[in-house]
Design a binder for this molecule. Structure first.
Ligand SMILES: [Zn+2]
Length: 266
């Protein structure tokens, strides 16, 4: 990129961000999306304390994760074993969408699988396990990373969604701490992210998100709720709210039976 290009880009960014853009209303496209989906919030839903939400990230192709990889990596076999143990403990698979819509039996127990950051291995390694086991999973992707090396492509997302086993939601546009952003930046980056999901994957999803690094506070929670988010996934509960869902990370070395004992039941 030439120096003059950089200069003109910097100038455009200054005009763009310095011009009150962040405080303006959403685009008509985004506004329609919010209006269409916000009604779903809470109408058929209440937490029954019967659902645990599990968090995974990426998967190793061969061998086992190293000690440093333990919290973020797992294997296809371990995922399959985790699912088996959940089912043996009486938990049924449910998608976040079905859970949020209240499409469950309050007398039963459920688990929701979530996969964060949109890694390509979600498609190459985890997805075949989900299909084989006949269970659901929800992916939270940084939309800016779509199609980049090691990450999902929109085609992979479309194929997985077409199976009915997987939905893809927003993990914001980039992997940044939400509390480090101004309210305007939060609105702007979420709009970019949700608009990309809507454009590429259609309007059928409800609008939810999970926080990069699990970083949130009451203020950012309220910002996203006021924008129409009907659920927000966190690790570590800072306060109680019907729309705040608490999940637990599943390290490779962890026994699923121990995770079940520790996990918050939403
Ligand atoms: Zn993340």
């Amino acid at each position: 990129m030439s120096a003059s290009n950089i200069l003109s880009m910097t100038l455009s960014l200054f005009l763009f961000f310095g011009n009150g853009f962040f405080t303006q209303a959403f685009s008509p496209e985004m506004q329609r999306y919010i209006e269409k989906h916000s009604f779903e919030t809470g109408d058929n839903f209440q937490k029954c304390g019967n659902t645990i939400i599990l968090m995974y990230h990426t998967f190793v192709e061969e061998g086992e994760p190293t000690a440093e990889q333990d919290s973020l990596y797992t294997t296809a076999d371990k995922l399959a074993e985790d699912i088996d143990k959940l089912q043996q403990a009486g938990y049924h698979s449910i998608s976040l969408w079905a859970y949020r819509m209240g499409l469950f039996d309050p007398e039963e127990k459920y688990f929701i699988l979530t996969l964060d950051d949109g890694y390509e291995t979600n498609y190459t390694i985890a997805y075949p396990v989900l299909v084989e086991k006949g269970v659901y999973a929800d992916i939270f992707a940084n939309t800016e990373m779509m199609g980049q090396a090691g990450h999902l492509t929109w085609d992979m997302c479309r194929e997985m969604e077409a199976s009915g086993r997987v939905h893809v939601y927003s993990h914001l546009n980039t992997h940044e701490k939400a509390t480090s952003l101004s309210e305007g930046e939060q609105r702007y980056w979420l709009e970019i992210s949700v608009s990309a999901l809507e454009r590429e994957l259609g309007e059928k999803r409800i609008w939810g998100m999970s926080y990069p690094y699990g970083d949130y506070d009451r203020a950012v929670f309220d910002v996203y709720r006021n924008l129409g988010a009907s659920f927000q996934l966190v690790q570590g509960q800072q306060f109680d709210d019907p729309e705040l869902l608490v999940r637990i990370n599943v390290p490779y070395s962890a026994d699923m039976n121990d995770i079940i004992e520790e996990a918050v039941h939403n």
